[in-house]
Write a protein that binds this ligand. Structure first.
Ligand SMILES: Cc1cc2nc3c(=O)[nH]c(=O)nc-3n(C[C@H](O)[C@H](O)[C@H](O)COP(=O)(O)O)c2cc1C
Length: 361
């Protein structure tokens, strides 16, 4: 994980039960109810718990999402976050390939961030035109560039957070939110999450730390049951996804068993230590090295194929090597050799001389 220098910083589901009608406002109710029934989406047909690949900037682009899919697909993919205001003012060059996708990575949610509801509406509509399956609003990024107006700053500006949700809904796509427990103090969680639970969103993902805690302390699993209780009181139809320090599918299933009511498990850095972490069956340790190196070759091929549209420098690929080259004899030496390469062909040649098969997928 150290290679990523920009590290920032279940129960029976009673969902989609119709809202209770207000008898003195029948017309309003039927219009409202009609809209809800139209808004069914992939979110209604997920396994319990479902697994999500976390959005990670400079990591979960179209290339790496395909690698993870090949290794063991999650139920949902998120893009890395993309800024609404940047796109509104400067167009596609401002988002540098963050929304590039293919039709075989489904369902795929575009994660957007910003602090200008008008820009969020325009950008969310653009994402709908691009064919994304949903919009997620980032309300948890602690990076200095984000907290000036969006990301975790929205925890302190619930009015803007709510306006951003309403704006994103105009895209017609299901809207979800990813946030943290609070900005500075853990006990902010109840007031902040109450404000979001009162919004009509489809899923709420909670990274179980505050903005101030970054990723430096253990995720607050001790709060999960209380958060589930709050969700059940305010918005029993809303899906609740838990995020933070979850290693793999087995660990996620254990958390869901211990905390009935949790619907989804989101895994981010778990893919760095085990790219097969979403797999349903345990990795065969005898072939682990071959599998990792084969996956790296697949990554190289994808990097080359997307190079004409993504234009990423070769150096950006090096941060991924540690994911594949670890936990086997000679891994450190091999990694060191690879760090001196300048092209994907050079990497392939070193791997080929390292005596392992190069399967093609
Ligand atoms: C390199 C990196 C980039 C990240 N980029 C984003 C992002 O674009 N949007 C977001 O909501 N969270 C982002 N995060 C936070 C993760 O989605 C996740 O909430 C966090 O890493 C905790 O989960 P984990 O312990 O499973 O990694 C990023 C995390 C890392 C390590």
């Amino acid at each position: 994980m150290a290679v990523f220098l920009n590290v920032e910083n279940y129960s029976e589901q009673n969902r989609l039960s119709p809202p209770t009608p207000y008898l003195d406002d029948e017309i309003g109710f039927f219009l409202f109810y009609g809209k809800i029934t139209e808004m069914t989406s992939f979110w209604d047909n997920l396994p319990q718990p479902f697994f999500i690949l976390a959005p990670m900037e400079a990591v979960t682009d179209v290339v790496f999402r395909h690698v993870v899919k090949q290794a063991g697909a999650p139920d949902i993919f998120f893009t890395e976050f993309a800024n609404a205001t940047g796109w509104v003012h400067a167009g596609d060059k401002a988002i540098a390939g963050r929304l590039i996708k293919t039709d075989d990575e489904q369902p795929l949610i575009a994660q957007i961030w910003g602090g200008e509801p008008g820009d969020m509406e325009a950008f969310a509509k653009h994402c709908a035109e691009l064919g994304f399956n949903g919009i997620d609003i980032n309300m948890g990024c602690p990076a200095k560039s984000a907290i000036k107006s969006g990301g975790a700053a929205l925890i302190r500006r619930p009015d803007i957070a709510i306006a951003a949700i309403d704006a994103a809904k105009k895209s017609g796509l299901p809207v979800s939110v990813k946030t943290r427990l609070g900005y500075t103090y853990v006990d902010e969680w109840r007031e902040w999450l109450t404000a979001i639970l009162k919004q009509d969103i489809v899923n709420l993902t909670i990274h179980l730390r505050t903005k101030k805690e970054m990723s430096k302390v253990a995720a607050h699993y001790e709060l999960i049951d209380e958060i589930v209780k709050l969700r059940d009181e305010i918005a029993p139809q809303m899906l609740l996804t838990i995020n933070g320090d979850i290693r793999d599918r087995e660990h996620g299933l254990e958390i869901a068993r211990k905390h009935p009511g949790v619907n989804g498990i989101m895994i981010g850095r778990g893919v760095f230590s085990d790219p097969f972490c979403f797999r349903k069956s345990k990795t065969d340790t005898d072939n682990h090295k071959e599998e990792l190196l084969t996956l790296l070759n697949y990554h190289l091929d994808l990097f080359d194929s997307y190079q004409p549209i993504l234009g990423r420098p070769f150096e950006t690929l090096k941060r991924f090597f540690k994911i594949y080259i670890h936990d086997f004899d000679g891994a450190k030496e091999l990694r060191e050799k690879l760090m001196h390469t300048t092209t994907t062909d050079e990497v392939r040649s070193i791997l080929a001389h390292n005596d392992h098969p190069h399967y093609t997928y």
